[in-house]
Design a binder for this molecule. Sequence first.
Ligand code: SF4
Length: 190
Amino acid sequence: MIDAIDLLDFKTDLKDYALATEKPDAPLVPGSWCGFCPAAGTCPSLQNKAQAVAKMEFSPVLSYDPAKLKLALDSREVVKAWLKAVDEFAYAEAEAGRTPPGYKLVAKRATRKWRNEGDAMTALQGKGVATSAFMETAIKSPAQLEKLLGKGFIDELVVAESSGHTLAPESDKRPSVKPNAKEEFSVVEG
Ligand code: SF4
């Protein structure tokens, strides 16, 4: 729930900040928002930030500063935005006839498909190939069936299994599966 006055304030701030970005001396502050910026492919500030993060080195055999590791993790979206912007900018340049040195435009890898599925099935059957050899049937996913049959209908037939662990920010609503070193230490102390 948001107060109407706060919403109006937010609208005014948003407009002011949007107009501020059009000033020639507007500060270039890289962040996850760079992914939406049309200048990301050529922005010096974003490039500097991405390069600074890329220079950080982490390895199981090197000692490291946990704060720096957090900084690198927090910067992943900025680096991804920069890489994506560079790819898109270079591709647009190549399509416009300004291919970057050492690169060329090529056709994407071709994948084969049936000219006409019905004709193909008829032809295969005509050649004596059993239907089971070229047709596949697979059970629908629990999510697809639940949509079809309604909630609760398939509950006892379903098990939820995680495929492993992934690193998430502390704000993520899933519970931590492994205490960090600080928490483990406090458990031993208590
Ligand atoms: S790419 Fe550069 S100009 Fe665009 S939002 Fe990021 S810092 Fe600002």
